[in-house]
Design a protein around this ligand. Structure first.
Ligand SMILES: [Zn+2]
Ligand SMILES: [Zn+2]
Length: 279
């Protein structure tokens, strides 16, 4: 293994404390419905056709439940926003809630899956975090019906099989009998894991394999870059990633290194509004 050429950079303490406070909140429960209840055999057929689970069985969610969670998150995050104007954030959230209050639960569920947030700054950050919390609860439930998703048998596309997003992170499974384990892709939004061969680029067009090389690695993680599309993927080794958002913040040094080498993130950055060394 090569020595890292770029020393790990500690993310700002405020950013980690903020994400830890949000990660410590209990996951939302009992908020969504699936109508009809997914039938595993039908799910497998749709997945084999390349359709994501969210396309086939989107969640349903009441707007008041969603904004209830956003306000719980706002209270947990407030001490970690330096110089935060809590009243302005609350006014932004109230406006957004009023606009969305008339949505039917099915439309609210589709918005959580795919819709534009529209809010900027701290209110946008909180709404995006609430969306992720709901999407992760939804993904945990629906992927239990198809545990073979991680084997790569059912799904070989680049996008997330649950919410349709591009992968934000990767994970290399443990070596077995001296052979490196497979690489799983991780969705930054719903945290679903799925398999794509190690040397296939997740960001090149689906008919192109891309040109993936590992340019940096340490005991914890490595950086996969594609010389064809100039995108990069941060990849953790071995361990289960219980909270990809926290790991993402902890490895900001890999983003800085990739950008320094002229590569672009493949999917949206995790938290554009959160405190980070780049702001
Ligand atoms: Zn997803
Ligand atoms: Zn590529």
């Amino acid at each position: 293994m090569r020595e890292p050429v770029w020393p790990p950079v500690e993310p700002p303490a405020g950013a980690l404390a903020l994400h830890r406070a949000l990660a410590a909140l209990p996951p939302p429960d009992g908020w969504w419905g699936l109508n009809p209840e997914p039938d595993p055999s039908a799910l497998r057929v749709h997945l084999a056709e390349g359709r994501s689970i969210g396309d086939v069985w989107p969640p349903a969610l009441r707007p008041d439940a969603f904004f209830g969670l956003v306000r719980v998150m706002a209270a947990a995050a407030a001490p970690h926003f330096p110089g935060g104007d809590a009243e302005a954030v609350s006014a932004d959230l109230t406006r957004a809630e009023t606009e969305m209050a008339r949505l039917a639960p099915e439309d609210m569920g589709r918005w959580v899956l795919r819709g534009e947030c529209g809010l900027k700054g701290r209110a946008g950050f909180l709404v995006e975090h609430a969306r992720r919390a709901y999407l992760r609860a939804y993904a945990r439930t629906v992927t239990k019906r198809v545990p073979e998703l991680e084997t790569g048998v059912l799904w070989s596309r680049r996008i997330c099989p649950v919410c349709g997003s591009l992968p934000g992170l990767g994970r290399i499974m443990k070596r077995q009998a001296g052979v490196p384990g497979p690489r799983l892709l991780i969705c930054r939004r719903c945290a679903t894991n799925w398999r794509l061969p190690r040397f296939v680029c997740p960001f090149c067009p689906e008919e192109e394999p891309g040109d993936i090389v590992t340019v940096e690695g340490d005991a914890q993680a490595e950086l996969h870059v594609c010389k064809r599309c100039r995108r990069y993927l941060k990849v953790i080794r071995e361990e289960m990633v219980d909270d990809p958002t926290l790991w993402d913040v902890q490895t900001l040094y890999l983003d800085l290194l990739a950008e320094h080498m002229g590569f672009l993130p493949g999917a949206e950055p995790v938290d554009p509004a959160a405190p980070s060394p780049r702001h």
